[in-house]
Design a protein around this ligand. Sequence first.
Ligand code: PLP
Length: 405
Amino acid sequence: MTERRLEFLRHVAQTSDAPIGLEVLDARGAWLRCADGRNYLDFIAGIGVSALGHGHPAVLRALEEQARRHLHVMVYGEYVLDAQVRLARRLAELLPAGIERVYFTNSGTEAIEGALKAARKLTGRAGFVAFDGAYHGDTMAALALSGNPAFRAPFEPLPGPVRHLPYGEAGALDAIDSEVAAVVIEPVQAEGGVRIPDAAFMRALGERCGRVGALLIFDEVLTGLGRTGRLFALEHFGVVPDIVVLAKALGGGLPLGAFCGRDEIISALAHDPPLGHITTFGGHPLSCATGLASLEVIVSERLAERAAQTGRELAERIRGLGVPEIAEVRGIGLLVGIEFHDATFAHRFVAETLANRVVVNWTLNADRVVRLAPPLTLEHADMEFALDAMGRALATARESVKDRG
Ligand SMILES: Cc1ncc(COP(=O)(O)O)c(C=O)c1O
């Protein structure tokens, strides 16, 4: 064990007893060069962040230029900052018509918190609706929306009232009533096991929210900016939400989140009292500059379309392996979930794939599902490398389960 790793285990707060623990020296494209002398293929893109892979020249250029101009100069919202204004304007252009105001935060969970506050402020209602299997972040209110009771329980009481409904079941939507300030939903659940609802459900949800006056909040923290084969996942469903929440890929590798909506929704936070929702670092100039550079590459190089094609092939090739331990392969763009019949096998598969130098990862709220989310720029040769590594991992996992049996 290296000295660094020992210090990591001793001084850096741990989130579990089993961190992946790769000691990264540097990263380029889809590859991580590590202290064990091996290169690993990043097939989760830092959990959906590194849409362009690592060290993209356009992002590094923007980072350098902005760093030379200025870093932090004032708390969010007080000064006119070029990078921030340009990114907000570009998002307003690309989001559905009417969604024209962007409130920048540092992370996804903070953007969820801001969206919830805006909904309460605008509607004067208290309640929220979320869905089984949902993940929206780990601050108190975002956690209250979590669709996994095991993660909520140790921290209760959490802000509420929050009611959880079954994901994708149109029949359950009548429970959304006029006490509800907002309904929060991931258009595709990632941590819930890559669950893809049908358009009829999403349309019914949009209609129900409209009828009872509840705001519809789409959490596109993971699905946004090309991941699902469209720039925003909402485009798959023909539903325009009231608020779109973004983060992860938004900063191009630097921390950045945002909640975006119509003027009257987002501006509700600016009055009565003024400064009722503020942040020091939200919309940091460096993050906005790298985020804008990354977004322009995603748009100009049509990476969403590329993700749709590559993702389709990736999912088909995994299905084609004809592996009996796999129950289903679900995919939308470059977000692919492999559902196994058995959770232990799924975990074994993740470990064996890592041993074959490809980083994949399970999902928080569905322990039989392994998620693949490589950079949108994934090269064909790298996909072949991953398929070979996963194929060998499946065989090894099968042998080890047989040996135990
Ligand atoms: C759908 C979704 N929403 C919200 C979050 C929280 O984002 P952050 O970790 O930046 O707070 C995540 C993070 O994984 C996420 O996947």
